[in-house]
Design a protein around this ligand. Structure first.
Ligand code: IVH
Length: 665
């Protein structure tokens, strides 16, 4: 009696939870309010009749939908493995040989399944009801996406048939059909949002929505391809298992049981032909040993089963025409030629741009404007122009020339000898390079502006508050405090740090300019050699090469940088903003030449590397250990063994105040 009472209670709870979800999360009830209330009343009465404690998550105890548990981690009862890849017939044959070597004379067959380009999920069913859906994650545990998965029509909430395992974990792929993908991207674009690169990204983005209502609108699909926990007794073969899954209410793919590799490879060729006609994206064919008992015998290596392999399609190639070539400027100033193409569908997306990498590639492939070209796209990789079709070249096809000026800022484009990449030389001025320039300028070993992190740089540039690096020194408290996640206190601190950075060394300033090839050591070398900025800016190639460790490449890069009027303008404005360094350094004097200092303990006024830079800028050597040649030791707070050593050798020990007095000559 109690058994059937409990069973009815369980069924009612599960049914009511489904109704809650349809009502609150999906906005799509399938029952009238009165019908719902009747079920709820019945449940409450039965719970009372049973007389046992009522669990907190019973629909009689909660109002509305259960709290969204999206993205809480879930450990899979059995880990989800991944598949090894084969890219050639030889690799498929090697796979087959391994299988046969292990299985000896045992007869077996293969099953070929299309490899869906989506994302794997693990669906846990308890007593036939969907209880937890989790993403693959790292294979051991994934994220709980149950609410979102319930919006997918192909995934049954309740399994069909009576004879289903008590607990069963179904594995399969969530994906987006080509038509749904096209419709989604059209509406994304119409709404001014970014289009998804491919159906897999669209499926992943749609599944990982905190609001299941959004997932519901995205029309996702699902194919089941395996069973984890609870799968042992369902069938002897993978093909039989898929039939069982289908009978339970899952969508499964068209598959083929085949005897050997010849048949697999012939099937692969067929699939390659029919791939464009399929209404969902596949990126290969998965071959599995069909007899499930043999899976245990074959085992796994490196988290991939030895009983299966994914035979991947080669990158898809299509023909189109090259309408023109644009030149894009990357964040480090690299200039990349980009092909403008007559739009063409390849690998599931419409492509109208493709990379041409660099000028050497253009020459090597002999690409000309007007050419018919082959465009290739593999997985997530940016589409590229693979080659031209020379027979189709029109008479007026034009050679591609690298522009002389940066398309963004007009500074000269330079290409160091032996380098494939051409670059804009307006590093300090070019808007395309601004974020990178600011990041470098503010970094610890350059101007050392504390608190100016990447997020802030993004906001300052995207919000139009800074147009060039020198704009940092014109920011107002109001502007900074108006930024996201910026309290007035941190805004004040940031402005103070920007102000403090004006007091620097010539070496740090040169490093901060972000001249290509000029790292910290070279910047220090240049500062030491020239002593002041004007002489450095006026130096010719020969003079630059007299600087220790400066070869032709570095010298040319320095020359190119200062040759850009725009860079000079920004430098001028930086100096006007008040950036300065010790006069002695500026005058090229080296008052501390011949002296060797050691820094120890914690300094409070500046980081130790800054103190070191400043001492070096004035000609001193800074050593890391105390010896009889040490001139003096500067000891900050909690100085240890170096201090002891100095005392035992009778070397003068000076304070941080002494240090500051010394470097502010
Ligand atoms: S079987 C141990 N079958 O491909 C076997 N996987 O690259 C595990 N996939 O994580 C998977 N279609 O997300 C299997 N018919 C299919 C598949 C398939 C797509 C995905 C799956 C897996 C990935 C491995």
């Amino acid at each position: 009696m109690n058994n059937s009472l409990s069973a009815r209670i369980a069924a009612l709870r599960s049914e009511l939870k489904d109704h809650n979800y349809r009502y609150y999360t999906l906005d799509a009830p399938v029952i009238s309010d009165a019908g719902y209330d009747a079920l709820l009343c019945e449940l409450a009465a039965l719970e009372e009749q049973l007389g046992e404690p009522v669990p907190a998550d019973s629909p009689t105890q909660i109002v509305g939908a259960p709290p969204s548990n999206v993205f809480t981690p879930r450990t899979h009862a059995i880990p989800l493995l991944s598949l090894a890849n084969a890219f050639s017939a030889e690799e498929v044959e090697a796979f087959d040989k391994r299988v046969r070597d292990i299985l000896g004379n045992t007869a077996f067959s293969y099953i070929a399944e299309p490899k869906i380009d989506g994302l794997a999920v693990n669906l846990r069913y308890e007593h036939g009801h969907l209880s937890i859906a989790a993403t693959r994650g790292d294979g051991k545990s994934g994220e709980d996406v149950t609410d979102n998965v319930r919006t997918i029509g192909d995934i049954p909430w309740r399994l069909k048939g009576d004879d289903v395992p008590e607990v069963m974990e179904v594995r399969g792929e969530i994906y987006m059909r080509k038509a749904a993908f096209a419709a989604l991207n059209a509406s994304q674009l119409a709404a001014g949002e970014k289009a998804f690169a491919n159906p897999r990204n669209a499926a992943a983005g749609s599944l990982r929505q905190l609001d299941a209502k959004i997932t519901a609108k995205r029309s996702l699909s699902f194919f089941a391809y395996g069973v984890g926990l609870g799968g042992d007794t369902l069938s002897d073969t993978q093909s039989g298992l898929l039939e069982r899954l289908h009978a339970m209410g899952f969508a499964v793919q068209n598959t083929h049981v085949l005897p050997d590799t010849d048949a697999l490879l012939a099937h692969f060729a067929d699939m390659q032909t029919s791939r464009p006609d399929m209404d969902y994206e596949i990126d290969g064919v998965v071959y599995k040993v069909n007899e499930l008992a043999l899976h245990d015998e074959l085992g796994e290596v490196a988290r991939s089963p030895r009983w299966a392999i994914a035979h991947k399609f080669p990158a898809e190639e299509v023909e189109t025409t090259l309408l023109g070539v644009d030149f894009q400027v990357g964040r480090t100033g690299a200039i990349t030629p980009v092909a403008r193409l007559h739009p063409v569908a390849v690998g599931g997306v419409t492509v109208s741009n493709a990379t041409l990498h660099n000028m050497d590639e253009i020459r090597r492939k002999d690409v000309r404007i007007g050419d018919t070209v082959i465009v290739r796209r593999a997985g997530d990789v940016i589409p590229e122009v693979a080659r031209v079709v020379p027979e189709k070249r029109p008479a007026d096809a034009a050679e591609v020339d690298m522009p002389v000026a940066c398309p963004v800022c007009g500074s000269a484009i330079v290409r160091p000898e032996d380098e494939a990449v051409a670059r804009c030389s307006g590093g300090l001025f070019c808007p395309a390079q601004l974020k990178e320039a600011i990041r470098h300028f503010a970094s610890r070993r350059a101007m050392g502006i504390d608190g100016l992190g990447d997020k802030l740089v993004e906001q300052l540039v995207d919000g139009g508050l800074i147009e060039h690096v020198d704009g940092l020194y014109r920011l107002s408290l109001g502007q900074v405090a108006g930024l996201e996640r910026m309290a007035e206190k941190s805004a004040t601190n940031l402005l103070a740090a920007i102000g403090a950075s004006k007091d620097t060394t010539l070496a740090r300033f040169i490093f901060a300019l972000g001249i290509r090839e000029v790292g910290e050591a070279t910047a220090a070398g240049l500062a030491r050699f020239f002593g002041d900025l004007d002489s450095l800016m006026a130096a010719d190639l020969d003079t630059l090469q007299q600087v220790p460790d400066v070869g032709p490449v570095v010298a040319q890069s320095v020359l190119d940088f200062f040759a850009q009027p725009h860079n000079r303008e920004v430098i001028e404005r930086l100096l006007q903003a008040g950036i300065h360094w010790p006069r002695a350094e500026q005058a090229g004097e080296r008052p501390l030449a011949g002296r060797t200092y050691v820094l120890t303990g914690t300094l409070t006024a500046m980081p130790r590397n800054e103190a070191k830079d400043r001492l070096q800028a004035l000609g001193a050597k800074v050593a890391s250990s105390v010896s009889k040649n040490t001139t003096a030791v500067f000891a900050g707070e909690s100085a240890g063994s170096k201090l002891d050593k100095a005392q035992s050798l009778g070397i003068p020990v000076l304070s941080e105040e002494d240090l500051i007095a010394l470097i502010h000559v």
